[in-house]
Design a protein around this ligand. Structure first.
Ligand code: BG6
Length: 483
């Protein structure tokens, strides 16, 4: 166990059933996250991790596949063969075909062994959305849905508003909204939660946080990877549905929302919903879609799908009137970095111009919220160079690096989100009305894109959207590799 065990909130003993438990998401994200929670003592030997898979594998084979994805725990010295074996011991692997229902009896037998009102039983559908309905029906028919049952679903929740409604109706015919946990893993990221701390646990920014003092906001989520093995999936979605509809809009909501009166699921989500509903419908001139060169070769056919999207958007309310939010995301870009940058307005009057020293002090103040990697906050200021020579200015920074300040590993988003489901805390999950409001904003963008080809961009660049800001005399502020 790590030294941080004492800081770890307890989680009730629970059963998790992972549908698609041998798939890519499960092996890359879900089980490594459980392993860290196990190492930290939050997941105990009283938990059960039930892997429901179409093709059954042995525990040894599963362990062998999982282990490389847990390598960071081994290299940091926290994991060893013994605790990994103990972790694997929490697992039951069963064959389940949600379409034919084969294996449902086994699942029911296992769950009923430990069923109790105070033991959450969490079904995680790490399968294609086309199987959500059948999975929920199977659970209902096997009498496995009780008040203590919860359901986790992942995006994509549909490919547009109407299909999102259909999928949600299917799951809502079996589970109540209070039992459904829709993951947007960006909300589980440490810095994203820190954005709420920055805004609502401090007073200094609130009076500056509006069109009175903010010139514009930039949100960038840049990746260096391409679509790789996921080309077939990705080609049906593209950057607009894969990143903008969810992760980027959620970041925008957290920047723009009003302070909720309590930090709880309904109030936080009410405030985010208000932002989504205040988004001004995007204008075709304010959207740039791109595709990296070589994407079609990877896919093996021609395609109109975007691997990059940038747009300018306004939040039409009193606080944000007239403040553009520039958002961009893309694959095969120059750096892997996600950042939110708040650029403040220039000072109203320059008292130093009369002594001819203002030029270097001309940069606006900026608050840079570095979501990943090298998570942290930087406040860019203008300072006086030390020593004689009058008022010589230089751009300086107040720099809070979370990695350096807190000498501990930052948990992966999935760790937090998985534990929140057992605790019954929906604050960091998307409510249905939020999902639908996001689609309402996105659907017209997809419609506009239908007949236009994306701009090609070279791998290792920051995408083809410079003109979007240049029109307003602004520039993108590119994140650096090292934060
Ligand atoms: C996923 C998208 O939701 O988020 C992927 O489907 C993307 O295409 C990923 O690569 C990015 O997540 P992260 O945590 O690496 O920024």
């Amino acid at each position: 166990m790590t030294e941080q065990t004492s800081q770890i909130a307890t989680v009730p003993d629970s059963d998790y059933v992972i549908f698609g438990g041998t798939g890519d998401l499960a092996l890359r994200k879900i089980f490594p996250a459980f392993f860290w929670r196990f190492l930290d003592g939050q997941v105990t030997e009283n938990f059960r991790l039930i892997i429901a898979a179409h093709h059954i594998v042995s525990r040894d084979d599963f362990a062998e596949k999982l282990r490389p994805n847990c390598e960071d725990a081994f290299t940091s010295g926290v994991a060893n063969d013994d605790n990994f074996a103990a972790f694997i011991g929490l697992m039951n692997i069963i064959e389940l075909d949600v379409v034919s229902g084969k294996g449902a009896d086994n699942l029911a037998g296992l769950i009923n062994e430990k069923i109790s009102a105070d033991r959450p039983c969490i079904y995680y559908l790490a399968v294609a959305p086309s199987l959500f309905g059948a999975s929920c029906q199977l659970l209902q028919q096997a009498d496995l849905v009780h008040p203590q049952s919860r359901l986790i679903v992942e995006k994509p929740l549909g490919h547009d508003g109407p299909s999102a409604k259909l999928i949600n109706n299917e799951i809502l015919s079996v589970f109540t909204e209070e039992q459904i946990y829709r993951i947007d893993h960006y909300l589980g990221k440490e810095t994203v939660q820190n954005l709420m701390a920055l805004r609502f646990a401090n007073i200094i920014f609130e009076s500056l946080w509006s069109n009175n003092h903010i010139d514009h906001v930039q949100i960038t989520a840049a990746e260096t990877v391409g679509v790789g093995q996921r080309a077939e999936y990705y080609d049906k979605y593209g950057a607009v549905r894969d990143m903008l509809q969810n992760h980027l809009l959620q970041l925008l909501c957290l920047v723009a929302m009003e302070p909720p009166s309590q930090f709880n699921a309904s109030q936080v989500r009410d405030e985010k919903l208000r932002v989504l509903r205040a988004l001004r419908p995007a204008n075709s001139e304010d959207i740039v879609r791109g595709q990296y060169q070589g994407y079609e070769a990877e896919l093996g056919r021609t395609s109109n799908t975007d691997t990059f999207v940038a747009l300018k958007v306004f939040v039409d309310n009193w606080r944000w009137a007239g403040v553009p939010f520039y958002i961009r995301t893309g694959k095969k870009m120059a750096v892997r970095a996600s950042e939110i940058i708040i650029t403040f307005k220039r000072r109203p009057h320059d008292i130093f111009s009369t002594i001819g020293q203002s030029q270097k002090g001309d940069a606006p103040n900026r608050l840079v919220i570095r979501v990943q990697p090298q998570e942290g906050l930087r406040l860019q200021l203008t300072s006086k160079e030390p020593g004689p020579g009058g008022m010589r200015f230089f751009p300086s920074e107040l720099n809070l690096s979370f990695g350096e300040t807190f000498d501990q590993r930052l948990p992966d988003a999935y760790e937090r989100l998985l534990m929140d489901t057992a605790r019954g805390n929906q604050t960091l999950f998307m409510r249905l009305d939020e999902v639908l409001a996001a689609w309402q904003f996105i659907d017209p963008i997809i419609d506009m894109a239908k007949d236009t080809a994306p701009h090609l961009y070279r791998e290792g660049t920051m995408g083809p959207a410079d003109t979007l800001l240049a029109k307003a005399g602004r520039d993108w502020i590119d994140p650096s590799e090292d934060g």
